[in-house]
Design a protein around this ligand. Structure first.
Ligand SMILES: [Ca+2]
Ligand SMILES: [Ca+2]
Ligand SMILES: [Ca+2]
Length: 471
């Protein structure tokens, strides 16, 4: 089964040393403005009160600094000017700025995505680069309003980089019916961390979601044996569905069984979507391609199939699964390899889609993930990679655009852009989704006086704060 073959190695001391030194270096460069910029380019805007004489003076100044070309952005009247001598961008900008002819002048800086988490091992998490997590995090870093079920070997509820995202009040042991979820294996703490380790908290790693509500469900048969019966997996999926999970991750073998399909159908009928690891046999399988859930294969740093990643028609999508830095019991971190980590990464991206658009349906999540995945391997949907490599940024944008389509079909492109901006601000401010919907409706009403907004969005139930199971 995929679970048993996951390879792990702990983050060793030399790694820590390397990280500390590179961290200090980046800290130093942050105070020194050595930000990359477009060579020989300066941006400026002519002062609104500039006289004809001023314009003459400005032209003389530009020419004396080696102006090559300029073009103007019509709406904002920002001028993008290029000059003969690269390396003088800041100097030229300063000269223009002090001339009195312009409102401002500055180099054309190259800027990273705004969301750069400060987690110690973030630099080790290559997978976030390959799936464009940071661009997705510009839109949302997740929210505690999204419930995600994780069925696994158990969880270290005291891990400082995971505990805050675990709904221990919903903890459940699907094997014996208790609330005992101790992680004897580490696998569950690792898969849950891949999906939702606390991001930007200055320690450890960042999950696909920085904030999320994980329903922790243990399915292992004992502390000594982390294997699980498929009936226990089905029990977990059903428990998560009954508690309102929008996404469920199951990083175990068993993707071929009809019992999983039936449980996934139950979940899907309750607005949830299951993600499952494709397996680590490293060979092809003729398993059925169930349409009730998403089967996830593993890629490596080069975006090619990981050697252990099983394949067949049943693989729907792929995600990084080699040396995934994640949480490990007892306040430790680990590199795990296996489709067991590709699946929660993809499930986590799906949870980001829900955070960005709470009214998104399982069909829409699936369509969004599949249509925005980067096509790798043979052209189109193939047996090695399914629809391709998951793209967090494109998927989250897909989810946001569904809102825009629903609410703004009749509006002009500039209003749609405004809407994107407002929506992003609301998400950044962590306003609960109910209020987001309300504001969107209000905007809709003001702007177009149409009330075709799907009203059920307004009564999206707040997640249940349910019942603590007694042991
Ligand atoms: Ca962290
Ligand atoms: Ca499938
Ligand atoms: Ca392909």
């Amino acid at each position: 089964m995929s679970h048993g073959k996951n390879k792990q190695r702990t983050l060793l001391r030399p790694v820590l040393v390397t990280l500390v030194s590179s961290f200090l270096m980046s800290g130093a460069s942050a105070s020194e403005p050595s930000q990359p910029l477009r060579p020989a380019t300066v941006l400026y805007k002519i002062d609104a009160n500039a006289s004809a004489n001023d314009l003459k003076g400005l032209n003389a100044l530009l020419n004396s600094n080696g102006l090559v070309s300029s073009r103007t952005l019509e709406g904002s009247e920002i001028v993008i000017a290029t000059f003969e001598h690269p390396g003088r961008e800041k100097a030229v900008a300063k000269i223009l700025d002090k001339s009195g002819y312009v409102e401002f002048a500055e180099p054309d800086y190259l800027v990273e995505p705004t969301v750069q988490p400060n987690d110690t091992f973030f630099g080790e998490q290559w997978h976030h680069t390959n799936v464009n997590s940071q661009q997705a995090w510009d839109i949302t870093t997740g929210t505690h309003n999204v419930l995600v079920g994780v069925c696994d070997s158990g969880f270290d509820v005291n891990h400082p980089d995971l505990g805050p995202n675990l709904r221990t009040d919903l903890a459940y042991n699907a094997n014996d019916g208790s609330n005992y979820i101790f992680d004897a294996d580490g696998h569950g703490t690792g898969s849950a961390g891949t999906l939702g380790a606390v991001g930007n908290n200055g320690i450890g790693v960042a999950g696909a979601n920085w904030d999320v509500d994980i329903i922790p469900v243990r399915i292992a048969i004992s502390d000594q044996n982390s294997s699980a019966y498929i009936s226990t997996m089905a029990t977990c999926i059903e428990y998560a569905a009954d508690n309102g999970a929008r996404i469920v991750n199951l990083s175990y073998g068993g993707i071929e069984y009809a019992t999983i399909d039936a449980a996934a159908q139950y979940l899907r009928a309750r607005n949830g979507l299951l993600f499952m690891s494709a397996g680590n046999s490293g060979s092809e399988h003729g398993y059925p391609d169930y349409t009730s859930f998403v089967g996830v294969g593993a890629t490596d740093r080069d975006d090619t199939r990981a050697s252990f990643s099983s394949w067949g028609n049943y693989v729907d999508i792929t995600a990084p699964g080699v040396d995934i830095a994640t949480t490990y019991p007892d306040n430790r971190y680990v590199y795990y390899s296996g489709t067991s980590f590709s699946s929660p990464l993809t499930a986590g991206i799906a949870a980001l889609m829900v955070a960005a658009n709470p009214s998104i349906t399982p069909d829409e999540i699936e369509a969004g993930l599949f249509s925005t995945a980067v096509d790798i391997g043979e052209t189109g949907d193939d047996n090695l990679y399914g629809h391709g490599l998951v793209d967090a940024a494109a998927a989250v944008n897909y989810a946001v655009n569904l809102i825009v389509v629903r609410h703004l079909q009749l509006l002009s492109p500039s209003v749609v852009t405004l809407f994107h901006l407002i929506h992003r601000l609301i998400l950044t401010a962590q306003v609960p989704p109910m209020q987001t919907e309300a504001v969107l409706l209000l905007m809709h009403g003001i702007l177009v006086m149409v009330t075709s907004h799907p009203m059920p969005c307004l009564v999206t139930p707040i997640q249940k704060r349910a019942v603590i199971k007694s042991p």
